[in-house]
Every structure is written in structure tokens, then in C-alpha cells.
Ligand binder design. Structure first.
Ligand code: HEC
Length: 226
């Protein structure tokens, strides 16, 4: 009788142990979580994104990420967001920090939200570039003109709806007389990249472009003089 009672107690104890062990196993993940979540600094999380821009923000155009015939980058690290906007089939608003370039000397940068609603927060830049790097010749929102006296904002404004001021082709902007063979040749000969990487026909494209620029500038000079 005594043995029977002791046996029963041991049996019950083992059963209880086993049941609680298996319950523990069910609630505990098989492996420890891979990483402890980072502690987010509340101050940093709430701080507005600041896009710091000086001439060091710009360098070799071919180091940026190519999209179709132009290049993009993001100054605050959100290149995925910029690429998603650039590749959105129905257009999208580019995220803060986005940089867009078709030629080495003209840049659009998406500034902090609310900086300049009329331009959709895009700041326009006209750069001077050489082997040493870039200098900012002009920057601003609605009053930057390029070397041919064309106002960046006015030309890009028709693409505002849907395309966030990005003209490409068929986004509503008037076409420019510079084709993608010429813009490609300018990208491949960006002096900030070191050695040029010319393709067949680049020399001719650059020659045509230079002639157009010279004719354009001469025409402007004559118009101003007479
Ligand atoms: C005469 C009109 C005109 C002016 C002035 C002009 N652009 Fe553009 N820009 C265009 C057109 C049109 C395209 C698209 C060309 C293409 O891909 O065929 C373009 C392309 C671009 C692109 C590539 C992305 C896009 O919109 O397709 C950038 C970046 C750009 N321009 C920046 C500037 C900046 C900065 C200025 C001023 C310094 C400027 N542009 C002045 C008409 C203009």
C-alpha cells in the first residue's frame, strides 16, 4: 500500500513536470531571436530630414544609378524610394533627398517636405564641372535659368501632375533639341569621372551639340547687341 502511494505521487510529479515542460516548449521559440531590436533614439526619429547640399554633394554622373536614359541618387540614403518613384508606371512623388540628372551640369534635388510647394520641393541647380569636381553656378526654385537662358521650373512645370516635374518624353513638357545620343555622350564624357568612356558616334553627337550651342549663343549675342 505504502509503495502504491509513493508510486502514484512520483507518477503525478513526472506527469506535471512533463506537461509544464511541453507547455513551455510551445510558448518559447525554438531559436533565440536573431537580433535584439535597435533602440530608436526618439530625438533622431522626430528630427526633420535635412538635405545638406554643397558642391561635394555632386560628383561623377556615372556613379549614380541609371534609370532609362538618366541618373538618380538619394542624398539621405533612400535610393530604393527614389528608384521606386522613377520606375512607377503611372508616376509618383519622389522622396526627400532624391537627385535627378540627365546631363552633368543640370541637377534637380528634392528638398525637405514643405520647403517650396510651388516646385513640389524640387531645387534646381546649374553646375560648372571639371576634372577637380563641381561648383554650384546657380541654385534656387523658380528663378534658375540654364546657360541658354531657359528657366528650369517653367520648362518642367507641365510635367507637374503625375510625374512630379520629371519631363522625360511624353510627360507634357515641350521637347528639347538635345537627343539621348547627345545626353549619353555628355554622360560618358563627364570630366569628373576621369577617363571618358566614348561609344561609337559620341564624337559626332558632341560636335553637333557644340555647334548648336555656338549657334544658339551667337544668336543670343546678336539679339542682345542689335
Ligand atoms: C527648354 C526647356 C527646359 C529647360 C530650360 C530645362 N529643362 Fe530640364 N528637361 C527638359 C526636357 C524636355 C527634359 C527631358 C529630355 C528628354 O529626356 O528627352 C529635361 C530633362 C531634365 C532632367 C532629367 C529628368 C527629366 O525631367 O526628364 C533634369 C534633372 C533636368 N532636366 C534638370 C533641369 C535643370 C536643373 C534645369 C535648369 C538649370 C533645366 N532642366 C532646364 C526641359 C528643360
Amino acid at each position: 500500500m505504502y509503495h502504491k502511494v509513493v508510486n502514484k505521487i512520483i507518477y503525478t510529479a513526472v506527469l506535471v513536470c512533463f506537461t509544464s515542460l511541453s507547455a513551455y516548449a510551445e510558448t518559447t521559440p525554438a531559436t533565440a531571436p536573431e537580433s535584439i531590436p535597435e533602440v530608436v533614439d526618439i530625438k533622431d526619429a522626430l528630427a526633420p530630414t535635412v538635405v545638406d547640399i554643397d558642391e561635394k554633394s555632386f560628383s561623377c554622373i556615372r556613379d549614380m544609378t541609371p534609370v532609362r536614359h538618366f541618373y538618380v541618387d538619394n542624398l539621405v540614403g533612400d535610393i530604393e524610394g527614389t528608384l521606386a518613384a522613377a520606375n512607377a508606371p503611372e508616376g509618383a512623388i519622389y522622396p526627400v533627398g532624391s537627385v535627378v540628372q540627365l546631363v552633368p551640369t543640370e541637377v534637380m534635388v528634392k528638398r525637405e517636405s514643405g520647403t517650396f510647394p510651388a516646385t513640389g520641393d524640387w531645387e534646381f541647380f546649374e553646375l560648372e564641372v571639371n576634372e577637380q569636381g563641381s561648383t554650384i553656378a546657380k541654385r534656387g526654385f523658380v528663378d534658375v535659368v540654364n546657360r541658354f537662358d531657359g528657366n528650369c521650373f517653367s520648362c518642367h512645370a507641365p510635367a507637374r501632375e503625375k510625374w512630379d516635374f520629371i519631363c522625360e518624353s511624353g510627360h507634357g513638357c515641350d521637347p528639347i533639341p538635345i537627343d539621348h545620343k547627345m545626353t549619353g555622350a555628355l554622360q560618358r564624357s563627364d570630366p569628373r569621372c576621369g577617363e571618358a568612356e566614348p561609344e561609337d558616334g559620341d564624337w559626332m553627337a558632341l560636335f553637333k551639340l557644340k555647334s548648336m550651342v555656338t549657334i544658339g549663343l551667337t544668336k543670343k549675342w546678336i539679339e542682345e547687341k542689335f
